[in-house]
Design a protein. Structure first.
Length: 96
């Protein structure tokens, strides 16, 4: 159980970093958010690959699951950026 958690954190960190690399521009998020979004992306990738597509464990590297996980983490990172930008009140005033 312990090694599963450690593996998920490491896998999530790697997924998060790879997701940030494919997003253009500078992202204003720390490493903790990167890892959390990477873990969420990895879980989504696993769920899509195993649950929706029914592929399960192939006995090798599941490249498609990696791509799905990275894409999911990138979408989550973009969503996080949009929310964080919306909560930033130090920018120009918005007029209705």
């Amino acid at each position: 159980m312990f090694w599963n958690i450690v593996g998920t954190i490491i896998f999530g960190a790697l997924i998060g970093v790879l997701a940030r690399l494919i997003i253009p521009g500078k992202q204003a998020m720390g490493w903790i958010i990167t890892v959390v979004l990477g873990i969420a992306g990895a879980l989504i990738g696993y769920w899509v690959w195993d649950g929706l597509l029914g592929q399960g464990d192939t006995g090798g590297v599941d490249w498609i699951r990696w791509v799905i996980s990275i894409a999911a983490a990138a979408v989550l990172a973009l969503g996080y950026q949009a929310i964080a930008r919306g909560m930033d009140h130090s920018g120009p005033a918005r007029h209705a």
